[in-house]
Structure formats: C-alpha cells, structure tokens
Design a protein around this ligand. Structure first.
Ligand code: SAM
Length: 222
C-alpha cells in the first residue's frame, strides 16, 4: 500500500538531493550545455513577443513568474528585460541565494523569491501576465503537474499566458535516474495540459539546438 507514496516521496527527495549538488551557474542549470543559453533565450524572446503588447487580446508586460527558476538564467535575460516585476520559485534555496547577485542591479525588480516545490506552490490568484515553466515539468508527477497547471491558470491576469518549454521524448515516458525526472512525449504533455483545463494557443519547436539532446518544444497555454 505505502509503496506508491514512498516512490513519490523519493522521486522528489532524490531530485532535491541531486540539485543541491549542482553548481549555481548557467552551465549547472543546463546540465553542461551552458553554450546553448543564448540560442534558448533568443528563441523564447521571439516566441513571447508574438503575444506581448498593447491592445485587444495582448498580454501585458507587467508581472511574470519564473518556475523552477534556478539562479534566474531566464529571469535575467528574458523576463526582467520584458516585465516590470518578476517572481522566482525554485525548490533549491542555494540557487535562489545566488539569483540576487547573479541578477545584479535588476534584482531590485524581483518581487518575491519563493523556495518551494511546484507540487506544493500556490501562485497568487490573478497576479501574473506570464508564468514561464522551463526545464522543470519532468520533476513533477502527472497528477501534480495537472494540479499545478490548474493553479497557474487561476493565477493569470486577463490575457495572461502559461508557457511550458521543455524536452520531449520521441515516444512515451523516459525516466532519468540521475536527476530523478521523466521526459514525456508531446502527446502526453498535450493530454496533461488538456486535463488541467488549459488550451494550447501556440506551439513551436526550438530550433538550432545540438542534435544529441532531446527536442525542445514551447507551448503557450491559457
Ligand atoms: C534544469 S534546471 C532549469 C533551471 C531554469 N529553468 C533554466 O532553464 O535555467 C531545473 C531547476 O528545477 C528546480 N527543481 C527541481 N525540482 C523542482 C520542483 N519539484 N519544484 C521546483 N523546482 C524544482 C531545480 O532546483 C533547478 O533549479
């Protein structure tokens, strides 16, 4: 009986143990692929700019949430340049401690640093224009991912967007014992998004990443 609960507890605690040993650097955030950070950020900027702006249906550039933010690699180069205020949430306190010096002067526009697993995190209702969730969904069980996405939807302001950017497998669920995560295929991710009651409004594949890594897809949801 207790086995599923125990497996779930160790799935999360093993991931926490893994990330506590990772250096708080861009290379650490990207598993040794620090060199792809600029391609990643430029792809994300082009994606997000399709939605931002003034006028009917446009997403306001007021407040964003960086989920699984780590040291704030995405906050620094994507979110803080575009939004007035950015909140960061991550389960690893050491990364959030590093975020303040890493973000430099712009750290004054960080609203909150939340140290919390996304499985337990409750974003404030109606606070965010964009909730950016990158390279972290594989650390959540299906059930927790669905319930987190539901809470994210409630946390959006009018015309707000939830964005998932993550690795996708060719087929099925591929576990990674090293960092205690899973990689899901795109159909599974789409199904989980649908169960959360969110709709995919735009979807793209990130181009120009190294051939040997998983494909990375970006999904805009509301
Ligand atoms: C691959 S790094 C990506 C960091 C950042 N999103 C980026 O792209 O630079 C994964 C991050 O997820 C965090 N993380 C792992 N499990 C988590 C969980 N259950 N809830 C919140 N953050 C988690 C880790 O501490 C780490 O900072």
């Amino acid at each position: 009986m207790g086995d599923i609960a125990e497996d779930e507890a160790s799935f999360y605690s093993n991931a926490e143990d893994y990330w506590r040993e990772v250096p708080p650097t861009v290379d650490g955030m990207l598993g040794g692929y620090g060199s792809i950070s600029s391609i990643d950020i430029n792809g994300s900027k082009a994606f997000l700019q399709k939605f931002l702006g003034e006028g009917e249906g446009k997403t306001s550039p007021v407040c964003a949430l960086d989920c699984g933010a780590g040291i704030g690699r995405i906050s620094k180069r994507l979110l803080l340049p575009l939004f007035q205020t950015v909140d960061l949430v991550d389960v690893t306190q050491e990364f959030l401690d590093k975020a303040k010096p890493y973000l430099g002067e712009e750290a004054k526009r960080v609203g909150n640093y939340f140290c919390c697993g996304l499985q337990d995190f409750k974003p404030e209702n109606g606070r965010y224009d964009v909730i950016w969730i990158q390279w972290v969904i594989g650390h959540l069980t299906d059930e927790h991912l669905v319930s987190f996405l539901r809470r994210c939807q409630k946390a959006l302001r009018p015309n707000g967007l939830v964005v998932i950017k993550d690795n996708v497998s060719y087929e099925g669920v591929v576990p990674d014992e090293v960092d205690s995560s899973v990689c899901r295929d795109l159909d599974i991710v789409r199904r989980l998004v649908d169960s959360a009651g969110l709709r995919i409004v735009h979807e793209e594949q990130q181009m120009n990443f190294p051939k040997e890594i998983y494909q990375v897809h970006i999904l805009a949801l509301r």
